[in-house]
Design a protein. Structure first.
Length: 779
């Protein structure tokens, strides 16, 4: 019992830390499964046994549920998990002779006035439910491989599904699993006429079983639950069979087009579009081409019926369907002109130890650009409309729609001539430049759409990893990607752009896998510095990790990133997960390499300490304190002079970050200099400017709404300068004390703590007189 408790405790710790390494509770799961697989009693189970059985099911589900993020860890156990359940369900389905029940009682899936449906024992329902959860976690495509698929399974399984009450919400998992099961059985390599026991031997190319299966699937396409997805999968598998497609496919496409034009039920439309996407993915091109004209109007559903305009799933399916149509129109070939890297092995890249890989054959860069020898192929006019739909999809407000559009652009471009793909890439660059403008020589993106930039980054990544973004285009795209890595737009009291930065990291990851080191070499300084900055100074943990992964991929595959191995060792996927550690520890280790040092410091002074998030500004100032020891001259001559005007800014966030940073840098400056006071005379002008900051601030910044933020920053600044032994006169000291004592008298507890530290530093450095105690009795 104690050992079992320890295993559960270990599992809970691993689950909470999201670092699962294997199926720890496999034995416990199979013990629960064996209980669930016990034969179904003919008698009603007692309520106590039923409760225990339900508890066992929940326990089994709880063992596998934490693996939704790492489902592949279940792979070694899948066969043992799935096959016993399916075998038992198969035996049960055959034992009740559902076909006889359906035919004798005239049960249909659309109307059953008598209501004489099969009632499934609760234990069988629970097995179906467990099977659904396994499919949910690992995906039905993986799980269905372990299902039985004999010829004799088709009719019993189908009629069993027909005999179930479609309105019984408690068995929706059962219906879904059966639909997925049928989608596997229906692709058996035999003519379905030989399987259908009701075929009368005539010469008609249609027969009852398939008619009923299509009818049943159409019925469940209108369902509001998962049965809709199962029905779409079943239809796609069934209608793409060669023998079935000839007789049924055109009729179904015609029916689907009619329903899309006339039906306003969102669930029905979603089901039909899902089925069409699956059909045009799985079907043979020569079979599907004649149906495109009938299906084409479906793409313009949103123009004809605006009721679906705000439905994410409908828009995603329309973009996906446009992609499938395009893949059907274009011949299945790979672009001969694409860039192909000559050497993709990590082993060979690591051998170069920071040198450009001499094993890359430059002739491979354009080895297939023999456009004169390309077959002249007429591109259908519809492709232009499809590309336009996909490009507009990149602007969509929903991530799933943009992601689908980006993948569609990558797949279609693989089959397009070079000139057309070049036009597509040009259109992507136009998306980046949309609504941008230049101010004081700096590109401003404050008016752009974050959705558009995110979609454009995803599309660039898809093109790059397929070799469709040729090397000569890199000089145009990399400046945009560098900008995207730092994309952050302030919107009210927060900012947006984390998804854009994450997508930009994906682009950099794609570059590492797609191009040879000599191609990326000119852009390494810009890429390496940008990725390092994001990996340690980004606000979002997922972006820091994405940047770290992209940097690691480039180090491994390119071998030319400066000090790559050392940085990857310090800033790996897990260490950058802790924001404080990334800001204050890892950044210092990386900044020891001069190639990255100034980019890190400049990012802190221009971006981090002006961030809308107070925590980011505080961490940024502390990071500047830690980095000061690495290059004091740069801090004195470059950073501090730029921070002084920011400290007087009317923007509260900029002012707050600058005051904190000046204080931290000056404290570090004093610590480095120690008892040698010559630096005061050497930098007298700078020291005086820093001393006068508080006196130059307008009085209203200490009294207006939000003044607490400025008061806290000013008090921290004063505490740091006092600890640094900053040379000041009595007038400045009086102004400092006024700010500190004002904060000390406020009700904010955290502000009082800051003020107490400042008062302590002031008294220790400059002393206190009796009049002050009388004037400020709360000291």
């Amino acid at each position: 019992m104690q050992m079992e408790y320890e295993i559960f405790e270990e599992f809970e710790d691993a689950k909470n830390s999201s670092h699962l390494s294997h199926f720890m509770l496999a034995n416990e799961f199979f013990e629960a499964l064996n209980i669930l697989l016990k034969p179904v009693s003919s008698k009603e189970d007692s309520s106590v046994e039923d409760i225990e059985h339900e508890r066992t099911l929940r326990k089994a589900i709880s063992f596998i549920d934490p693996f939704q993020e790492q489902p592949y860890l279940l792979d070694p156990h899948l066969e043992a998990m799935v096959k016993p359940i399916i075998e038992l369900l198969r035996i049960y389905i055959k034992s009740i002779n559902a076909q006889h029940v359906v035919l004798s009682k005239n049960i249909t899936y659309t109307d059953n006035k008598n209501g004489e449906y099969i009632i499934i024992p609760i234990k069988i329902q629970r097995l179906f439910r467990l099977m659904y959860y396994i499919m949910k976690i690992r995906g039905f495509k993986t799980i269905v491989k372990f299902f039985t698929h004999e010829v004799s399974d088709l009719e019993p399984t189908f009629y069993f599904l027909v005999a179930l009450d479609p309105k019984d919400y408690e068995i929706w998992e059962t219906r879904y699993v059966l639909l997925i099961w049928l989608s596997l059985i229906c692709i058996i390599p035999f003519d379905l006429k030989t399987v259908d026991s009701r075929v009368n031997g005539g010469e008609s190319n249609k027969f009852p079983l398939v008619d009923h299966m299509i009818g049943l699937s159409k019925f469940y396409l209108k369902a509001t639950g998962k049965e809709r997805d199962g029905a779409a999968v079943l239809l796609s598998r069934l209608l793409t069979r060669r023998d079935i497609a000839e007789a049924y496919l055109k009729d179904y496409i015609q029916w689907a087009g009619s329903e899309v034009r006339n039906v306003i039920d969102v669930f029905t439309i979603t089901g039909i579009l899902t089925s069409l996407c699956a059909i045009y993915k799985l079907g043979q091109r020569q079979t599907l081409l004649p149906t495109l004209e009938q299906a084409w109007p479906c793409l313009f559903l949103l123009e004809e019926n605006e009721i679906f305009a705000n439905n994410t799933l409908v828009r995603k399916m329309l973009v996906k369907l446009a992609q499938r149509f395009g893949m059907c129109y274009l011949k299945p070939k790979i672009a001969t002109w694409r860039y192909q890297r000559g050497n993709r092995t990590l082993k060979d890249n690591l051998k170069v130890s920071g040198k450009i890989n001499a094993g890359i054959n430059p002739s491979n860069i354009h080895q297939s650009l023999k456009e004169d020898e390309e077959e002249e192929e007429e591109i259908p006019d519809q492709i232009e409309e499809i590309i336009e739909i996909l490009l507009n999809g990149l602007r969509n407000k929903d991530t799933v729609v943009r992601w689908s559009a980006a993948k569609g652009i990558g797949r279609l471009s693989m089959r397009l001539p070079r000139e057309l793909t070049d036009d597509v890439i040009g259109s992507l660059f136009e998306l980046f430049s949309e609504n941008t403008y230049t101010r004081n020589g700096v590109l401003e993106v404050s008016a752009v759409s974050d959705h558009t930039w995110h979609g454009a980054c995803l599309a660039v990544a898809e093109l790059a990893r397929r070799g469709l973004l040729l090397p000569e285009r890199l000089s145009e795209v990399i400046p945009w990607i560098s900008k995207a890595l730092k994309f952050d737009l302030k919107r009210g009291a927060h900012s947006i752009g984390a998804h854009v930065r994450d997508a930009a990291c994906y682009v950099c990851w794609s570059f590492a896998r797609a191009y040879a080191p000599d191609i990326l070499a000119p852009y390494v300084p810009e890429l390496a510095n940008s990725l390092v900055v994001v990996s340690v100074f980004d606000r979002e943990v997922n972006v820091r990790r994405a940047s770290s992964a992209a940097f690691q991929e480039n180090v491994g595959r390119q071998g030319i990133f400066p000090h790559g191995i050392d940085i990857v060792t310090s800033a790996d996927y897990f260490t950058v997960g802790n924001k404080v550690n990334a800001f204050l520890e890892i950044s210092v280790k990386i900044a020891e390499f001069v190639e990255y040092r100034y980019h890190l410091i400049d990012h802190l002074r221009t971006v981090t300490i002006t961030n809308w998030d107070k925590t980011m500004r505080e961490l940024g100032s502390k990071a500047l304190h830690n980095l000061t020891r690495l290059d004091l001259d740069y801090m004195i001559n470059k950073v501090l002079p730029s921070l002084i005007p920011q400290a007087l800014s009317p923007d509260m966030h900029i002012r707050h970050g600058a005051l904190l940073s000046i204080g931290e840098i000056c404290l570090a400056w004093s610590t480095i200099q120690g008892n040698h006071k010559g630096w005061i005379e050497k930098y007298n002008s700078l020291v005086t400017q820093i001393s006068n900051i508080i006196g130059l601030l307008p009085k209203h910044v200490f009294a207006d709404f939000g003044s607490e933020v400025t008061c806290k920053a000013a008090s921290h600044y004063i505490a740091c300068l006092a600890k640094a032994g900053w040379p000041i006169n009595e007038d400045i000291l009086e102004k400092w004390k006024f700010v500190v004592y004002d904060l000390l008298g406020r009700k904010d507890e955290f502000g009082q703590e800051i003020a107490v530290n400042a008062v302590e530093a002031l008294i220790l450095q400059y002393g206190i007189i009796g009049q002050e105690i009388e004037k400020y009795p709360f000291i």
